[in-house]
Design a binder for this molecule. Structure first.
Ligand SMILES: [Zn+2]
Length: 404
């Protein structure tokens, strides 16, 4: 979901200081002022394409809006050269559940909305479920979706029960997995049964016993553990207990952005030590692409380009925000970066990386290659089809204490 309120903090002073000492230990040669980069030359993975546009278009009366993926979103992603978009398939925020209160039901409906949307695209979009689905290079004309729930509260069961029995909840995690969900961000901003989000202050509490069990189960199933919005204490704990790389799909770093959600130096190092990825995002009205590249340069110096990803770039002219989708709210005239297509955003951004001295190999990692690397480590070898009796390595049916 959207970032929390942010304030700008000595940003230009900070970034110019960084530029002055930007040696990157030999990582970056002197600026090259390279030719414009073509997004189609790179595997592009967007860390977090939120579902506002789905929800907004489906809320409109006009049936022409009711296939948002097929008619509006996929064409723009494909034009931009996207290989994979990571999309929330439900979550803790009510916006992630299409406005529905019930957690499990709301997330199931969001998941259905996405799976139905994919079916409507006639093969132009597919779900990335296993190592067998991993692309080996750019995929012109086709884009994959990686389903990544934003907060694990939908695994909670609100009925009273006789005691703590994680298997009751874990059954729901496995069901989402069977339906194609391959990532779970443990919390959103609030607390849930797994842990505490950053909404009550950045540091917060570590995970609950159940949160630890969920991380272990996700490791065993082949799911990507996400920490965007998780408390700092929770994040550090996840980095200790996860046996696989963990990711923050959309989170910036301090001091470039100073809000409770952003990562500290200690946290970015912890994520990198797992082999994972920090995915920075473009913040409208606060960031230009130069500043985003400053932040990436800072991260490259700290943890290396092999641990950097992109949460999102600026909104494009056809999807600035749901309230400006034609028919949804008041119309707005777009200028500057907002008036650009997704493709133009990526051209600008990739070219700036190159101008700054990042090599094509570095750009390949940052644009999406790092995700391919960790998915090779994390994902199941093949998709366990729901109807063929998958073997879930961690599954130990425990009837004790369960309701009949
Ligand atoms: Zn979010």
């Amino acid at each position: 979901m959207a970032s929390m309120p942010t304030t700008r903090r000595s940003f230009l002073a900070q970034s110019s200081a960084l530029l002055g000492s930007a040696t990157l230990s030999g990582l970056l040669p002197q600026p090259l002022y390279a030719a414009q980069k073509n997004p189609n030359d790179f595997v592009i993975v967007e860390g977090h394409r939120d579902i506002w546009e789905f929800n907004a278009r489906l809320a409109l009366k006009d049936p022409k809006q009711w296939s948002p993926l097929r008619d509006f979103i996929a064409p723009r992603l494909i034009d931009a050269g996207y290989t994979v978009a990571i999309v929330p398939c439900g979550g803790d925020s009510i916006a992630e559940r299409g406005g529905l209160d019930p957690l499990f039901e709301g997330s199931m409906r969001t998941l259905d909305m996405l799976l139905t949307g994919v079916e409507e695209t006639n093969g132009k979009v597919s779900i990335l479920r296993s190592k067998q689905d991993l692309p080996t290079g750019p995929t012109p004309g086709h884009v994959q979706i990686f389903l990544d729930m934003e907060g694990g509260a939908s695994l909670q069961d609100n009925e009273p029960e006789p005691g703590y029995n994680p298997e009751r909840y874990m059954a729901l995690l496995r069901q989402f997995f069977r339906l194609g969900m391959r990532g779970l961000q443990l919390t959103h901003n609030a607390r849930n049964l797994l842990g505490q989000g950053v909404g009550e202050g950045h540091t917060g509490q570590p995970l609950s016993e159940f949160g630890v069990a969920v991380v272990k189960e996700m490791n065993a199933l082949g799911m990507m553990v996400g920490v965007s919005h998780l408390s700092g204490a929770g994040l550090l704990q996840v980095c200790e207990i996860s046996t696989k790389p963990i990711v923050s799909t959309h989170q910036n770093v301090r001091p470039f952005l100073d809000s409770p959600i952003e990562l500290t130096d200690e946290e970015i190092h912890a994520v990198a030590r797992t082999g994972g990825i920090v995915g920075v995002r473009y913040i409208a009205d606060l960031f230009g692409y130069k500043q985003l590249v400053d932040e990436i340069e800072y991260l490259a110096k700290k943890i290396g380009p092999e641990h950097i990803g992109i949460g999102w770039l600026g909104h494009d002219v056809d999807n600035p925000d749901p309230h400006t989708i034609p028919g949804y709210g008041p119309s707005k005239k777009f200028t500057g970066v907002e008036a650009q297509t997704i493709r133009q955003h990526w051209e600008t951004f990739l070219t700036l990386l190159s101008d700054r001295g990042f090599t094509d190999d570095h750009i390949r990692m940052i644009a999406g290659g790092n995700y391919l690397r960790i998915w090779k480590q994390i994902l199941p070898d093949r998709d366990p089809a729901p109807t063929t009796g998958p073997s879930f390595p961690h599954f130990q049916p425990d009837r004790k204490g369960m309701h009949d």
